[in-house]
Ligand binder design. Sequence first.
Ligand SMILES: Cc1cc2nc3c(=O)[nH]c(=O)nc-3n(C[C@H](O)[C@H](O)[C@H](O)COP(=O)(O)OP(=O)(O)OC[C@H]3O[C@@H](n4cnc5c(N)ncnc54)[C@H](O)[C@@H]3O)c2cc1C
Length: 431
Amino acid sequence: MTENAAVAEAEALVAEAAGNDDGGSADGPKFTLELNQDQKDIREWVHGFAENVVRPAAEEWDEREETPWPVIQEAAKIGLYSFEALGQFWSDETGLTLPIANEELFWGDAGIGMAIMGTSLAVAAIFGQGTPEQMGEWIPRCFGSADDPKVAAFCASEPDAGSDVSAIRTTAKYDEATDEWVINGQKAWATNGGIADVHVVIASVDRELRSRGHAAFVIPPGTKGCEQGAKVKKHGLRASHTADVHLDDCRVPGACLLGGKEKLDERLARVREGKRSKSQAAMQTFEASRPTVGAQALGIARAAYEYSLEYAKERKQFGRAIIENQAIAFTLADMKLEIDAARLLVWRAAWMGRTGQKFENAEGSMSKLKAGEVAVWSTERAIQILGGNGYTREYPVERMHRDAKIYTIFEGTSEIQRLVISRAISGVHVQ
Ligand SMILES: Cc1cc2nc3c(=O)[nH]c(=O)nc-3n(C[C@H](O)[C@H](O)[C@H](O)COP(=O)(O)OP(=O)(O)OC[C@H]3O[C@@H](n4cnc5c(N)ncnc54)[C@H](O)[C@@H]3O)c2cc1C
């Protein structure tokens, strides 16, 4: 390009920008991090519920280690716990409303937050793999009604299959005579396992194919052979029920196979012929759901940061507020910095997932990894800032720290996220 041509092009660009009221271009809206009115309204709505209903109940349900049904009912009554609300969060074309709503709710309390949001794991599986009829039938049943709310469970993990999902032993065999699937196995650590109306279970229909031989099944409420096993006593997230689920000759109608048998048979045939499976598509789905989990961790981190900031301004030692010491003030500065950096990664990945961008560098994993680690670090720092008080159950930051830790473990441990990122950036099958 000659110098004159370059100048002319630059002038044209400046003129175009100046003449464009919204600063956008023909290719789409300009880059902005400013939230629109809908996003702000939803953030305020969820924040209000988190502040007025969730927070005051947090300590009680953490101590009781029980599902906070009255709080779920309150959420259902105002429409926050419903498939309509989840649909509304999801439908935002920028992808930001879902993480924003999660951050606010988990800012209130993560245990109760998970009691409310745990259902969405099963909903996501039905939404991602079900036919339109299956979605219409099962997604509303995951929530029940405002007067009689229900929860749902997503059961993939097993005692010997956590990070290595391909090691799943639960089997599903088709009984042609009755058009039923017979499911046998044991699921571990299922959020809402056994207390759910709807369980979505991942089972192997062909063990030789490992993860490519897996399928997802809906277990309708009251199905014989689907029983809760041991309830897990946990370090944190104690208002959220976690339990084993036993499946003993559990028979479900053929129509409970998500996606339908024809699609499954076609997929298995392709895999057996040695053709590539759609593992890449599955990977993309995981990448797309991870920012939501990251946003939950962000909510915990922010709550701990805000609490310790206020405390540091109030608490006096050596005749001055402890925040006047750089050691404390710099820690709080770093907490704010890390939380904001994590939020940018979460929002980027959420936006990429919703707008169909390809996750070239495992950006979804990056967001969950960063937010989970920031939550653990920030809540630990918050305890330090509160000193002895931070270590007691009289103050909320120790609970936040216990709650935060799960975010480096479930939905893919930090090591697994690093594995996914390192493979994505290098193309090398890093072990
Ligand atoms: C509170 C809670 C709720 C849960 N909810 C659900 C749920 O609703 N549904 C569900 O299906 N599951 C659920 N889980 C299970 C959760 O997803 C698993 O615990 C998680 O995937 C890790 O598996 P694991 O516990 O078997 O750990 P392991 O896989 O045994 O890992 C142990 C350690 O080894 C490391 N490791 C393993 N493989 C590698 C590797 N290749 N390279 C480097 N390091 C490695 C891990 O990072 C980890 O540090 C829940 C768990 C908890 C605690």
